[in-house]
Design a protein around this ligand. Structure first.
Ligand SMILES: [Zn+2]
Length: 138
């Protein structure tokens, strides 16, 4: 199953934000496990630690390349995907950004375009750029 299909399988974008924090965390943990299986990555982990201070410090999360661990300081689908982008593609900020935007866009096109229109994303990427990017999109 492709990564976009996995995201759609686990996250119902109209329902996700109505769930409890624990339910949201559980969904992200299951999605993380499935994505690791898809990319055949072992020995990585995901820590979801709701922490406003660290959220401020990191912009939402980070990938620790030594511990091979994603830290997520807020439940955010885009931040989650961004850190997975780092896990797959390394430290390049541009690649992590392109990967997360592309997966979000392909999984939830209407929601993606709505969020862009409402200025909800930190970064603006043109649809042409998104179309061209295909690294580690499988
Ligand atoms: Zn980053």
């Amino acid at each position: 199953m492709k990564v976009v299909e996995l995201v759609r399988k686990h996250i119902d974008s109209s329902h996700f934000w109505k769930l409890s924090l624990e339910e949201q965390k559980e969904i992200l943990r299951r999605l993380f496990d499935d994505i690791c299986k898809l990319y055949e990555i072992q020995g990585v982990s995901l820590v979801i630690d709701i922490n406003p201070f660290m959220y401020q410090m990191t912009g939402g999360g980070c990938y620790d390349r030594v511990a091979r661990r994603i830290y997520l300081y807020k439940v955010s689908i885009m931040t989650f995907l961004h850190e997975i982008g780092h896990m797959l593609l390394g430290r390049s900020e541009r690649k992590a950004r392109m990967w997360s935007h592309k997966v979000f866009y392909l999984a939830f096109p209407a929601l993606y375009l709505k969020n862009v229109k409402e200025g909800r994303f930190f970064h603006v990427i043109t649809l042409e750029e998104l179309e061209r990017f295909d690294e580690c999109i499988k």
